[in-house]
Design a protein around this ligand. Structure first.
Ligand code: CAA
Length: 262
């Protein structure tokens, strides 16, 4: 990466970029600098062909991200609050729409904006010590980084409203039970489990994975009839790739496919 970040630790190895939210003194709360740095970083990750997948985690054992920075938000005006939300929303949307898989490795508290960041990722893996909540109503506000929209899409309206209306905190087991996370691991195995997930995805055709992501993201909020039109388009596009020819030839020749990303 071309710049050093104040609030993020960024490491690229074997095609995987690991992004560590790094404000441990504030339990990795998302301040404006961190949001702007994520914005910049995800532009770089989109443009960097050597990066095939991204893992987002938090520094330390205690917290993924304990929400947006309350000290920075406390004196916002109506207009300032709207802009604060819009900035975070646009950055999280950029993360959600990165044309590469993004996995959240949730190592501890994922509260408010932290839970919203995890929900903007494609897949969530949680340490057994992770805790999730949208506690905004206990601060006199609503979620502002997509929580009112992504939570019901992930866990259904009834469960989302319970979490949103009460601010209650749930543990990793409950988050798994309601479908908020895909997998729960021992804390010391979290990063390895996230890497294993990413590596499993990276064995598949990158173009096909990218098209699956686009089809889900584009279709999930549309009518089924619109979504399946888009699906047919991306399905057709796959037949323009060498990976489709290789994948199907390998199946018929009873060998492992060797995808090149073309
Ligand atoms: N913003 C700013 N600072 C935060 C923070 C946050 N969201 N969360 C924790 N911190 C800071 C604390 O102020 C404290 O700083 P000092 O040492 O300088 O006092 C430090 O991190 C450690 O926190 P605690 O002493 O509170 O640690 P704890 O173990 O007693 O409690 C906790 C941990 C339960 C996570 C508690 O810190 C907490 O409840 N944090 C706030 C969680 C929250 O309400 N998040 C939602 C924010 S609103 C939001 O995110 C809106 C949106 O959608 C845009």
């Amino acid at each position: 990466m071309s710049v050093a970040y104040e609030t993020l630790l960024v490491e690229i190895s074997g095609g995987i970029c690991t992004v560590c939210l790094n404000r441990p003194q504030a339990l990795n709360a998302l301040n404006e600098t961190m949001i702007r740095e994520l914005d910049h970083l995800f532009d770089e990750l989109a443009a960097n062909d050597s990066v095939k997948a991204v893992i987002i985690t938090g520094s330390g054992l205690k917290s993924f991200a304990a929400g947006a920075d309350i000290a920075q938000m406390k004196d916002l005006s109506v207009e300032g609050g709207r802009k604060w939300a819009q900035l975070g929303q646009s950055v999280f949307r950029k993360i959600e729409n990165l044309p590469k898989p993004v996995v959240a490795a949730v190592n501890g508290f994922a509260l408010g904006g932290g839970c919203e960041l995890a929900m903007a990722c494609d897949i969530r893996i949680a340490s057994s010590q992770a805790k999730f909540a949208q506690p905004e109503v206990t601060l006199g506000i609503t979620p502002g980084y997509g929580g009112t929209q992504r939570l019901p899409r992930l866990v259904g309206k009834g469960r989302a409203k319970e979490l949103l209306f009460t601010g209650m905190m749930i543990d990793a087991a409950e988050a798994y039970r309601i479908g908020l996370v895909n997998q729960v691991t021992a804390p010391e195995e979290l990063l390895a489990a996230a890497a294993a997930m990413v590596e499993k995805i990276m064995k598949c055709s990158p173009f096909a994975v990218q098209m699956c992501k686009a089809a889900v993201n584009n279709g999930v909020d549309d009518e089924l009839d619109t979504g399946i039109v888009y699906e047919a388009e991306v399905f057709g596009l796959c037949f323009s790739t060498a990976d489709q020819k290789e994948g199907m030839a390998a199946f018929l020749e009873k060998r492992k496919a060797n995808f090149t990303g073309r």
